[in-house]
Design a protein around this ligand. Structure first.
Ligand code: DAH
Length: 360
């Protein structure tokens, strides 16, 4: 077949194929088959070398002309196909702004978590960092290093959950308080220390005001020349902020904890005359937390010299504090995953409490 007939045929066939291509991949296949290195046109181009100059003068421009026209046609079809694809995507990904919004989410922050956040904000503002420790503790951290000698009666008051003994016969415990985090912090960190440790604790107990798992926050300050006055002013300031009163009146009652000496319980003024108890002012007193000066034996068991450093510590029940602040009468629904309860008592999770922006 004469070369010009072949070229004319290629042009007609390829133009049809280009017009019929329905996607970019198909178009690319056509380009490779006709114009690619081993494409039909390219093979014909190679024949130019064997032609007489007169033949070449006709065939050369004819081949090049077809090549240019087909290349242009392919680009034009490509642009068309891209436009179709984009319009299709725009159509399918369209947002219908006239749709009504989704119903309000029922998820809410649990009051215990809210109180954790509030106290963390208050103590962070006073320069405290947050420390953590494991829920499963050994006897050393939960008791011995905290100055509960083996066989000491105070161990019995904790209603401890023991795990099965390991090969050495030692029984791990579910921590009965957050005080072991004091030990972990003092062992790992040099004074000055200023931390709070929020967390879960476990005791065998179950009634309207006790659940086998509950929450505490521990506080610990270790530095030179720390005394009870610092403890009292720190707690008075923190709990005035927590209960949102200008300056709450607090009192310390002597108490006993193995890990503090002296030890005290702190009470705050409250008012029980209304339907709900009001904390911060009033004629009655309400017990809020336990505290004291870190016992020298505890400092020593963490490698801190009690002649050089002193510390104060405190520990409080977060669940009870949440009940007091937000007026919940019973502790048990806290852990019943009741959607109605959380809708009523829960907090908006995106409104994090801050001392300056408002706590509750
Ligand atoms: N660990 C104590 C408890 O669970 C609470 C406590 C009292 C912690 C006094 C302290 C403290 O750090 O100084 O009953």
């Amino acid at each position: 077949m004469a070369i010009d007939t072949q070229v004319a045929e290629i042009e007609v066939e390829t133009s049809k194929a280009i017009a019929a291509a329905s996607d970019e991949a198909g178009l690319e296949a056509i380009r490779v088959a006709e114009l690619g290195k081993k494409g039909r046109l390219s093979l014909l181009m190679r024949e130019l070398g064997g032609m007489t100059p007169e033949q070449r003068q006709v065939a050369g421009p004819a081949l090049n002309g077809v090549k240019d026209r087909l290349t242009t046609a392919i680009s034009a079809r490509k642009a068309e196909l891209e436009l179709v694809a984009i319009n299709k995507r725009l159509q399918s990904e369209r947002e219908d702004l006239t749709l009504p919004p989704r119903p309000e989410p029922v998820g809410a922050l649990h009051p215990v978590m809210q109180v954790f956040e509030e106290l963390a904000a208050i103590f962070a503002d006073m320069g405290f960092a947050v420390a953590e420790g494991p829920d499963i503790e050994d006897d050393f951290h939960n008791f011995t290093a905290l100055n509960f000698p083996p066989g000491h009666p105070a161990r019995e008051t904790h209603d401890t959950f023991f795990l099965k003994p390991d090969v050495s016969g030692a029984k791990k415990v579910l921590r009965t308080h957050t005080s072991p985090v004091q030990i972990r912090t003092m062992v790992n960190q040099k004074p000055p220390i200023r931390v709070i440790a929020p967390g879960r604790v476990f005791r065998k107990d179950w009634d309207a005001t006790h659940t086998p798992m509950f929450h505490q926050i521990e506080g610990l300050v270790v530095d030179k020349q720390v005394h009870m006055g610092h403890l009292k002013s720190c707690l008075t300031e923190a709990f005035s902020r927590f209960f949102e009163v200008a300056t709450a009146q607090t009192r310390f009652r002597p108490h006993f904890f193995p890990f503090t000496e002296p030890s005290a319980e702190m009470d705050m003024r409250c008012d029980r005359s209304g339907a709900e108890i009001k904390v911060g002012e009033g004629n009655d007193w309400l017990e809020i937390l336990g505290c004291g000066m870190v016992h020298p034996n505890v400092l020593r068991s963490c490698g801190i010299d009690p002649e050089e450093y002193q510390g104060f510590a405190f520990g409080l029940g977060v669940d009870r504090l949440a009940m007091l602040k937000y007026g919940m009468p019973d502790l048990r629904p806290y852990f019943e995953a009741d959607v109605d309860w959380i809708k009523h008592y829960g907090f908006k999770p995106w409104l994090l409490p801050t001392v300056t922006g408002g706590l509750s």
